[in-house]
Design a protein around this ligand. Structure first.
Ligand SMILES: [Ca+2]
Length: 321
């Protein structure tokens, strides 16, 4: 806005100077006017001693208005020049202020994020940002959309970082991210699933998840075995915001399911009719009576999904774009 008004003023000044030069430039120079008039007078008058006095008189008549015009023009130019100078100073001041505000905002965002995330610097070369962690099962993951949006839990223990924060970290213009899922079974065995790219769509698209190539030893539960299990490109769902693809119902384990979140004890995830992964499922150590748990059903033992007691999801920058 400021830039636009300053630019308009500068443009008007340029137009004025051009116009002024054109108008006053076309006025005949004082000397030419004087000569012409003087010639006419010369022709009419008889030669004699009064000739030079007449010339002087004619020059006087001419030079007064010319001087006056020059003075007015000079003052106008000075006035416009001052305005132009003031506009440029104001423009520079506003631009500096705008840049300073942008830098302050950027720094605030960095400060905010650095105080609000858990970094793992020892694991696999370091530089990991933990976006989800489950251990003892103390923190409840049966939460509303609003809770999953802003995050919950404790960074020093169990937590969900929040969809908005995850989106802002993983969707930087200058960097790409990968995802690592670390799993621990109830009998203390470990497995992992790694994806070479990870990003989310924005809030208007319900944070649809996108993952690259899988590697690991826990299987690719995000994609599952069947097409309908594939959670890639699925929006996030909670019990109060249903985007799960069961519309109106899905048939699961001989049950008619309307809501995958409700079927998973009101936990939130990127469900797809409902799929084989739900790392936000109910922790089995504290809620053994429930049928579902933390699910990564491609990790199996003796043909059955392994019971998981702890999990973490972390992302790391892979390269600058
Ligand atoms: Ca549904």
């Amino acid at each position: 806005m400021v830039q636009s008004s300053a630019s308009s003023l500068i443009f008007l000044n340029i137009i004025f100077f051009t116009w002024a030069d054109t108008v006053f430039g076309n006025v005949k120079p004082c000397s030419a006017m004087g000569s012409s008039t003087a010639s006419f007078v010369e022709g009419a008058a008889s030669p004699g001693t009064n000739q030079s006095a007449d010339k002087s008189q004619e020059k006087k008549k001419c030079y007064v208005p010319c001087d006056f015009q020059a003075k007015v023009l000079r003052e106008e130019k000075h006035y416009m020049c001052r305005n132009l100078q003031n506009s440029l100073v104001e423009y520079a001041r506003n631009t500096k202020k705008m840049i300073r505000n942008m830098m302050d905002d950027h720094q605030s965002s960095l400060d905010y994020l650095s105080n609000q995330v858990l970094c793992e610097m020892e694991f696999r070369g370091g530089g990991w940002t933990v976006i989800q962690k489950r251990t003892e099962g103390i923190v409840e993951f049966q939460r509303t959309w609003s809770d999953y949006l802003d995050g919950f839990g404790d960074l020093s223990g169990e937590f969900w970082l929040g969809l908005r924060k995850i989106f802002h970290i993983a969707n930087q213009k200058t960097a790409s991210f990968m995802l690592y899922v670390g799993l621990e079974s109830e009998d203390d065995t470990y497995a992992y699933a790694s994806y070479d790219s990870f990003w989310l769509e924005d809030e208007a698209c319900s944070f649809k998840i996108h993952l690259g190539r899988y590697s690991g030893n826990a299987g690719d539960a995000f994609r599952g075995y069947r097409e309908e299990d594939n959670q890639i490109s699925s929006p996030f769902s909670t019990f109060d915001v249903d985007n799960d693809g069961c519309n109106p119902i899905c048939s699961l384990q001989d049950q008619q399911v309307k809501s995958c979140s409700n079927f998973s004890e009101k936990t939130g995830w990127w469900f797809s009719q409902c799929g084989l992964a739900n790392l936000n499922g109910i922790h089995q150590l504290t809620r053994r009576m429930l049928t579902t748990g933390i699910r990564w059903d491609t990790w199996t033992m003796d043909g059955k999904p392994v019971k998981i007691k702890s999990v973490s999801m972390k992302i790391r920058r892979t390269y600058f774009k």
